[in-house]
Design a protein around this ligand. Structure first.
Ligand SMILES: NCc1[nH]cc(CCC(=O)O)c1CC(=O)O
Length: 292
C-alpha cells in the first residue's frame, strides 16, 4: 500500500504556490509517497474588512489547521514562516523549512508613476513594522491595506495608494517581479528590517518521527537556524500579533549576525554577532539591551 501524506493549504495564490513547492519536493524525494493537497480556509482569509488584530492576529490564519492536524484530518500544513504564531500547540512542531527566498521588502508603484517617495506619497501597508520604517525613512503618509498579495496589487492598480510594500519572496513565488505594470524598488534588509521568518516557508505538523523524516532531505538547516533565532526574539519580547518588530539574521560559516527593530515610543534598533552555536544567547543579549 502507498503511504499517504495530506497537506492542508490556504487557498490564496501565494499559499497554493508555496504548498506546490513543498509538495513537489516531497514527490521528488519520495517517489512512492501519495501527496494529497487539502484546500482549507481560515477566519483570516474570510474577514478582509477589519484589521487582523481585531480577531486574533496571526493566529487567525492557522488555528483551523492546527485542529485539523491534531485530529488527523490532515498531517501537515504549509505556512509562510513569518505568519506563524510564536507558540505552537502541544503535539505540533515545525518539521522542516525551505531555503530562504529573497528576504527584502519591496516598494511597488504603478509603471510610469513617480517612484520617488515624498511627503505626499500615500503608501499602503497594514504592517506596523513597515509603517514605522517607511515613515521614518521617507516621511510618507501611510494608509492601511489588507488582503492577499493579489488583492493588494489590485488596490494599487485602482489608484487607492501611490505605492505599496510587499515581501520580495511572495512576489517572486507568484512571478509578479517580471510584470510590466509595476516598478519595484528594493529596501535593503539591514536598513529596512524584515519580519522574523520572512522569505522562509515552514511545514508545521504533528511531531512524529515518521512525518519529520519525510522532510529531512528538503529541510534547509541554515534557514532553520535563522528562523529559530528570529522567532526566539519574538518569544523574548513576547510580541503579539501585529507588534512593530523586525528581526533579521545573516549567517556566514559559523557566525551569525542578528538585527532587531522594535518600537517603544520611538524606533529602536540593535545589532550583534555571535558564534552560530550561541544564537539563542545572542537573541537574549540583544533583547535585554532593547529592554534596558
Ligand atoms: N502577511 C502576508 C504574507 N506572508 C508571507 C508573505 C510573503 C512571503 C514570505 O515572506 O515568505 C506575505 C505577503 C507580504 O508580506 O508581502
Amino acid at each position: 500500500m502507498k503511504n499517504i501524506i495530506r497537506i492542508g493549504t490556504r487557498k490564496s495564490r501565494l499559499a497554493l504556490a508555496q504548498t506546490e513547492i513543498v509538495a513537489n519536493a516531497l514527490k521528488l524525494n519520495h517517489p512512492n509517497l501519495d501527496v494529497q493537497l487539502i484546500p482549507m480556509s481560515t477566519i483570516g482569509d474570510q474577514i478582509l474588512d477589519k484589521p487582523l488584530e481585531s480577531f486574533g492576529g496571526k493566529g487567525a490564519f492557522v488555528s483551523e489547521f492546527e485542529e485539523a492536524m491534531l485530529s488527523g484530518k490532515i498531517d501537515v500544513a504549509v505556512h509562510s514562516a513569518k505568519d506563524m504564531p510564536i507558540l505552537l500547540p502541544a503535539g505540533l512542531s515545525i518539521l522542516g523549512v525551505s531555503k530562504r527566498e529573497d528576504v527584502r521588502d519591496v516598494i511597488i508603484t504603478r509603471k510610469g508613476s513617480k517612484s520617488q517617495l515624498t511627503e505626499s506619497t500615500i503608501v499602503g501597508t497594514s504592517s506596523l513594522r513597515r509603517q514605522l520604517q517607511i515613515k521614518e525613512q521617507y516621511g510618507v503618509e501611510v494608509k492601511n491595506l489588507r488582503g492577499n498579495v493579489n488583492t493588494r496589487l489590485a488596490k494599487l492598480q485602482a489608484g487607492e495608494y501611490d505605492a505599496i510594500i510587499l515581501a520580495a519572496a511572495g512576489l517572486k513565488r507568484l512571478d509578479i517581479m517580471g510584470a510590466d505594470e509595476y516598478q519595484f524598488n528594493y529596501l535593503e534588509p539591514d536598513v529596512f528590517i524584515p519580519a522574523a521568518g520572512q522569505g522562509i516557508i515552514a511545514v508545521e505538523g504533528r511531531d512524529e518521527p515518521k512525518l519529520r523524516e519525510l522532510f529531512s532531505k528538503w529541510n534547509h538547516t541554515e534557514s532553520g537556524y535563522s528562523l529559530e533565532t528570529e522567532r526566539e526574539v519574538l518569544k523574548l519580547v513576547n510580541a503579539g500579533c501585529n507588534e512593530p518588530i523586525g528581526a533579521y539574521t545573516t549567517i556566514k560559516e559559523d557566525t551569525i549576525n542578528l538585527s532587531i527593530l522594535y518600537w517603544d515610543n520611538k524606533i529602536l534598533r540593535v545589532q550583534g554577532t555571535a558564534k552560530l552555536q550561541d544564537r539563542l544567547e545572542l537573541a537574549k543579549e540583544l533583547v535585554n539591551r532593547l529592554k534596558a
